[in-house]
Design a protein around this ligand. Structure first.
Ligand code: ZN
Length: 178
């Protein structure tokens, strides 16, 4: 498999909840492999399937302790508070200090179909929350607080998105000489 382009904010696939995976088969293993390659090349520490345009409930990660894959993840418990400067491959060039629960209890499945049951806090807990959020159709900007800051940032990103969009149309016009 190969490196896949990462979708960025404004792409509807990022704001759509992903589909539960029914069969953990070779196709899912190949998808996970491509996602890991894409994540390491970016470079990033986590990647959700909808970030590469695949609306399936799976994410990959590596917090520095080797690669991991979680299929159909659910966070069933969270507690505490943890402030962390957070970025996202789908919102390139930005980061914000975001408060989220510190400790999480994550369940899901691995590529062999075995049940996963992981308790994590701080950095890994943050990765699990960020990636599960992606699969539910949320971006880190949806977690910005207070609401005024969230609105301001979303407005700024929309404007940036429109500018990027019109710049690429402009360059297409130049290519076609119109
Ligand atoms: Zn992200």
């Amino acid at each position: 498999m190969s490196l896949l382009p990462i979708r960025t904010h404004g792409d509807p696939v990022l704001s759509t909840p992903t589909q539960e995976i029914k069969n953990i088969d070779g196709r899912i293993a190949a998808l996970a492999q491509s996602m890991l390659e894409t994540m390491y090349a970016a470079p990033g520490v986590g990647l959700a399937a909808n970030q590469i345009g695949v609306s399936q409930r799976i994410f990959v990660y590596d917090d520095g302790n080797g690669p991991g894959v979680v299929i159909n993840p659910q966070i069933i418990e969270k507690s505490g508070e943890y402030h962390f400067e957070e970025g996202c491959l789908s919102v390139p060039g930005h980061s914000w200090e975001i408060m989220r629960p510190d400790k999480v209890h994550l369940v899901g499945f691995d590529l062999d179909g075995n049940e996963l049951d992981i308790e994590a806090d701080q950095y890994l807990g943050r990765i699990f929350q960020h990636e599960t959020d992606h699969l539910d159709g949320f971006l880190l900007i949806d977690r910005l607080d207070p609401p005024e800051l969230q609105q301001k940032v979303k407005k700024m990103l929309r404007k940036q998105h429109i500018e990027i969009d019109s710049a690429s149309k402009e360059s297409q016009r130049n290519i076609f000489g119109k």
